[in-house]
Design a binder for this molecule. Structure first.
Ligand code: SF4
Ligand code: SF4
Length: 379
C-alpha cells in the first residue's frame, strides 16, 4: 500500500522537479506535473502511471544521488506505481499478491489449474485422455460447453476486477466516472499507448543504462502487446466461426484463427523472452527491487502459455494432444486469473493515465477546444 513516507517522498521530489523543470521535454510526466502546485495521493498515482521508467530524467539530474536531495524520479514513481496497484486492487485481500513470491505463486497457480483439469477429466471421462487419433478436435477432450462455462466465468470475474481497479484509479486521479471525454483526447491517448510514444517512438532511442540507448525495450513491448492482441483476435474469430456460422473447429493451418494465433503466439514468445533478458541488463538504480517477481512471473506465464499453444498446434493430430491441451488450458486459466494481480495491470493504468493527460493537455494547452487553462491544486 502507499505509505505516508512514500507519499511524502513523492511530494518532495515533485516539488523539487516543479521548481527545476529541466526535464520537461522528456515525457508526459513533467508537463502534467507543471499543471499542479501541490500533489495529492491521486496526483502522485496518476503521474507514477504516466512514467514509462525510461531512466532519462535520472541520468540528466544534477540532484540525483549521491546529491543530498537524492532525486530519483524513476525509482520513486515505480514504488508509487506498485503502491497504486495494491491500493486500487479488487478484492482488497488480493493486494498482497503484488509483492508475495510472485513467480512461485504464479507457477503454483498454473500447476493447480493443470492438476484440476486433469483430475476433472479423469473423473468425468478418462478415455478422453487416450484418444489415438484426435484429429485436432479439442472438443473431444474438453466439450465446447464446458470450455465456455469455465473460461466465461473466469473472464467475467477478471473483467469485474480490472474495471473496479480502473474506476478506483480514475476517481482518485480526480476524474468523474463516467467521464465526459473529448474524442480527440481518446484518439491521442490510444495512439500514444499503441506507439509507446514515451518509450521514445518518435525520437532518440530509449536509455537502458547511462549512455546506453536502444530501441529493444519498445520493440519487445510491441511484440508482447500485439502478440497478445492477435491471440485474442484468433479466439474471437474462432468463437464467431463456431457460434455465428456453425463452423466447428478444427480449422486448417491456413485459416484465419490459426494464422492469427500462430503469428500472435510467435510474438508472445519473442516479446516476453526479449523483455526477460533486457530486464537483467537494466540499471538497478531506476528499478524498484520489490517488482522483480511481478515482472518475471508475468513474463514466464506468457512464455509458457504461448510455447504450449504453439506445440499444441503442431501436435494437434497426435496422441499427445489431450494431455497437451489440458496443460495449455491450465496455463491460460492461471494467466487469466493473474491479470488483475500482476504486471498486466500496468498497461491498463498507463493507458488511463495517458487518456487523462491528453484530456488535460486539451483543456490547458488548447483553450479554444475545451474551456481554457486551469491549474490543479489538491485535485
Ligand atoms: S529530475 Fe532533476 S533535473 Fe529533472 S526536473 Fe527533476 S530535479 Fe530537475
Ligand atoms: S523515467 Fe522516463 S518516463 Fe519516467 S519520468 Fe523520467 S523521463 Fe519520464
Amino acid at each position: 500500500m502507499l505509505s505516508d513516507d512514500l507519499i511524502r517522498q513523492g511530494q518532495h521530489i515533485m516539488t523539487v522537479c516543479n521548481a527545476c523543470r529541466y526535464c520537461e521535454g522528456y515525457c508526459a510526466v513533467f508537463p502534467a506535473m507543471e499543471n499542479r502546485l501541490v500533489f495529492s495521493k491521486g496526483d502522485l498515482t496518476y503521474l507514477a502511471n504516466l512514467c514509462h521508467n525510461c531512466g532519462e530524467c535520472l541520468y540528466a539530474c544534477p540532484y540525483a544521488p549521491p546529491h543530498e536531495f537524492a532525486i530519483n524520479v524513476p525509482r520513486t514513481l515505480a514504488e508509487i506505481r506498485l503502491g497504486s496497484y495494491e491500493e486500487y486492487c479488487w478484492p482488497g485481500l488480493m493486494s498482497r499478491a503484488f509483492r508475495r513470491h510472485q513467480l512461485l505463486a504464479a507457477l503454483a497457480l498454473a500447476l493447480g489449474a493443470v492438476g484440476l483439469l486433469f483430475a476433472s477429466t479423469l473423473l468425468i471421462g478418462p478415455e478422453r485422455l487416450s484418444i489415438a487419433r484426435p484429429g485436432g478436435d479439442f472438443y473431444r477432450v474438453v466439450p465446447h460447453d464446458v470450455m465456455v462455462a469455465v473460461f466465461g466465468g473466469v473472464s467475467a470475474f477478471v473483467l469485474a476486477a480490472l474495471i473496479t481497479g480502473l474506476v478506483r484509479f480514475w476517481r482518485d486521479a480526480g476524474e468523474r466516472t463516467p467521464a465526459p471525454m473529448p474524442r480527440l483526447a481518446l484518439i491521442r491517448a490510444l495512439g500514444d499507448a499503441a506507439t509507446l510514444k514515451y518509450l521514445h517512438a518518435a525520437g532518440l532511442n530509449c536509455t537502458s543504462a547511462e549512455e546506453v540507448r536502444s530501441p529493444w525495450r519498445r520493440w519487445f513491448h510491441h511484440l508482447t502487446f500485439y502478440g497478445f492482441m492477435l491471440c485474442f483476435a484468433s479466439t474471437s474469430v474462432a468463437a464467431l466461426y463456431h457460434v455465428g456460422f456453425g463452423w466447428p473447429a478444427p480449422y486448417a493451418y491456413s485459416s484465419l484463427p490459426v494464422v492469427l494465433g500462430t503469428v500472435g503466439g510467435l510474438g508472445l514468445l519473442a516479446g516476453p523472452a526479449g523483455l526477460y533478458f533486457l530486464r537483467r541488463t537494466r540499471d538497478e538504480a531506476i528499478l524498484d527491487p520489490a517488482q522483480r517477481g511481478l515482472d518475471v512471473s508475468f513474463i514466464i506465464l506468457l512464455l509458457l502459455t504461448s510455447l504450449t499453444g504453439l506445440v499444441l498446434l503442431v501436435l494437434r493430430d497426435r496422441a499427445a494432444m489431450p494431455a497437451l491441451l489440458l496443460v495449455h488450458l491450465g496455463l491460460v486459466l492461471a494467466l487469466f486469473l493473474m491479470l488483475p494481480y500482476g504486471k498486466f495491470i500496468h498497461g491498463m493504468y498507463r493507458t488511463a493515465a495517458l487518456v487523462k493527460y491528453a484530456s488535460e493537455t486539451l483543456r490547458t494547452r488548447e483553450p479554444g477546444e475545451a474551456g481554457g487553462r486551469e491549474r490543479h491544486g489538491a485535485s
